[in-house]
Design a protein around this ligand. Structure first.
Ligand SMILES: [Zn+2]
Length: 308
């Protein structure tokens, strides 16, 4: 059974800028949680005139250190030229406003927050609070755009799925890629409707699989090494889950709750809510491929049946 080898050993070194590669520093924000691991990684790229990827969340009064202060200390004696956003979730983009005000740097991103699809009648977006709806980039990025800085070039790679405006960034002429929350070493990425889309997520994995970078710096946790292998394993893992879900419907399960109870029987019950959203994301893809059908509007509570 193909399973990616996740790596959960990570030292966040809160309050410090850590050099993770030549001209790349990482600062981890102290917003640790079940979904953010040790917190959001902010990256600084360059030497004197630098770019920054993902400023992170707004600091809270009871944080063990102030992430904005740590960033500003790391930038001392240097000039910030670009503030780049991988996607507009609350743990990545909100601090961009204050940082832009202080430094005068322009913000770069794919666009404002948006859902993968319109809400169905009566549907509630469980992840609504996760979106930073106030973010509008100064510069809108398209797939393939090159951001030129002082001594470095970053290529924007459009990778929707986890979030529909997700961008990753390759540091050209190196083996490094900033993968945001699309591919991370510590866990699979959350793909949950209507915020995200499994079909887009899988296509975006293919985009990574075709690239040559070997080391990824993700939005949470430590670097991904042997990246191509890891992406292949992630892909196989998702495909296996899709097959398992389809199998459950063929066995007579009708609801997401029934499928989750079997497929996630070894998972902590507190995570079954998140698991249900992940199964729902696969179900949308299976409906799209006409492998299953739904009685009425697809939802977390609806009944499904196999077509073949
Ligand atoms: Zn994140």
């Amino acid at each position: 059974m193909a399973r990616p080898s996740f790596r959960t050993n990570f030292d966040p070194c809160y309050g410090e800028a850590i050099t993770v590669a030549d001209t790349v520093q990482r600062i981890t924000a102290p917003n640790q949680s079940a979904f953010t691991f040790y917190g959001t990684n902010t990256y600084i790229i360059g030497d004197k005139n630098v770019a920054l990827i993902d400023p992170g969340p707004l600091p809270k009064a009871d944080d063990i250190c102030n992430h904005l202060d740590t960033i500003l200390t790391a930038l001392k004696g240097r000039s910030l030229t670009h503030i780049i956003i991988t996607h507009t979730h609350m743990d990545h983009s909100p601090l961009s406003r204050e940082l832009a005000n202080i430094t005068g740097a322009k913000t770069y991103g794919q666009g404002p927050h948006r859902n993968a699809r319109a809400l169905h009648l009566g549907e509630i977006n469980l992840l609504d609070a996760a979106g930073d709806k106030d973010f509008v980039p100064d510069v809108f990025l398209k797939h393939g755009d090159i951001i030129e800085g002082d001594g470095f070039k970053l290529e924007a790679i459009f990778t929707p799925g986890h979030a529909m405006n997700h961008m990753a960034f390759a540091l050209l002429d190196t083996q490094y890629l900033f993968s945001g929350d699309h591919v991370m070493a510590w866990a699979t990425s959350i793909v949950a409707p209507p915020d995200g889309s499994m079909k887009d997520y899988m296509n975006s994995l293919d985009i990574f699989a075709e690239r040559d970078e070997t080391v990824y710096f993700p939005g949470h946790g430590g670097k991904v090494e042997k990246a191509k292998e890891f992406v292949r394993a992630l892909r196989a893992h998702r495909k296996m889950r899709e097959t398992a879900i389809l199998h459950r419907f063929r066995k007579g399960d009708e609801t997401i709750a029934e499928v989750v109870a079997v497929i996630y029987k070894n998972t902590d019950k507190r995570l079954h809510g998140a698991a249900s959203l992940s199964v729902f994301a696969h179900i949308e893809d299976l409906l799209d491929k006409k492998l299953i059908s739904c009685q009425g509007t697809p939802s977390l509570e609806a009944k499904y049946a196999p077509i073949v």
